[in-house]
Design a binder for this molecule. Structure first.
Ligand code: B1M
Length: 211
């Protein structure tokens, strides 16, 4: 088993300290952080999702894997967010109300920072009114929403409606992402864009802002 496979296994097994150690070794061996993400961490979480669906894993196992993934991500963060360029624009990011999944959103945030944006991360479980406050407070160029649950996906529509009611919708470009979402849903709820993963989120933001 190579180190990438070993890291994926530790994440699947929910072994935080071994996961951190192998991630450290991969980075010390000059493996690109994007490779660690795309070839070990993300497929590991997909596997955890499958194990949960087949009832081989339950909530505690899923949480242990999330913690192992986060321990490894903490090492990637400084490398992914390192950007020499002046902050080109500002993005406010959050996972919508009722949804506690924040790993994917955090990856998107890191990649946007790495692309030179200032990122205001509101965290998970963000109420529509909190997005409105953040737009008023930070005057961002982008509002990014993440949702992982089919039950919280409708909250993206509600958030856009609340942004409209507050009169701030047209001040920002709104992009959405997360497994239950897709381009048709983005269009239907009046978002400006959708991205299936973090690197395409960066591309979408760049094209929306002409950066
Ligand atoms: Co949850 N969970 N979970 N979970 N969990 C899923 C999402 C699920 C698909 C598992 C399954 O059944 N296969 C399922 C949802 C089913 C559905 O609704 N369709 C599910 C469920 C059911 C639940 C609970 C309801 C379980 C329960 O309590 N019975 C519960 C809900 C809690 C809540 O939110 N209210 C729950 C809880 C949890 C944990 C807390 C244990 C943990 C989250 C910890 C955390 O995030 N801090 C967790 C985890 C880890 C998962 C899985 C296994 C992994 C998610 C993940 O981190 N993926 C997940 C199964 C899966 O997704 N395969 C599952 C890795 C991450 C890098 O990918 O988030 O997709 P992802 O992000 C990607 C892209 O989607 C995209 O870019 C990212 C990076 O490339 N993207 C964007 C994401 N946001 C974007 C925003 C953008 C653009 C792109 O623009 C702004």
């Amino acid at each position: 088993m190579n180190d990438l496979e070993q890291l994926a296994k530790h994440v699947i097994d929910g072994q935080k300290d071994p996961a951190r150690a192998v991630a450290r070794k991969l980075l010390d061996d000059d493996v690109a952080p994007q490779t660690v993400l795309s070839r070990a961490l993300t497929p590991a979480m997909d596997r955890v999702g499958e194990l949960y669906e087949t009832q081989e894993y339950f909530l505690p196992e899923m949480m242990a894997s999330a913690q192992a993934m986060q321990a490894a991500m903490a090492l990637l963060r400084p490398l992914l967010t390192k950007s020499k360029t002046k902050r080109a624009a500002t993005a406010v990011l959050g996972t919508v109300k009722g949804d506690l999944h924040d790993i994917g959103k955090n990856v998107v945030g890191m990649m946007l920072e790495g692309a030179g944006l200032q990122v205001i991360d509101l965290g998970p479980d963000v109420a529509p009114e909190r997005f409105v406050e953040a737009v008023k407070e930070h005057d961002p160029d982008i509002v990014g929403m993440s949702a992982l649950l089919s039950t919280t996906q409708p909250m993206m529509r509600t958030t856009i409606e609340v942004l409209k009611e507050a009169g701030v919708r047209d001040r920002v470009k709104v992009i959405i992402g997360g497994p239950p979402t897709n381009p048709a849903f983005a269009q239907e709820i009046g978002a400006d864009g959708y991205a299936p993963d973090a690197s395409r989120a960066v591309r979408k933001v760049r094209s929306l802002l002409n950066l």
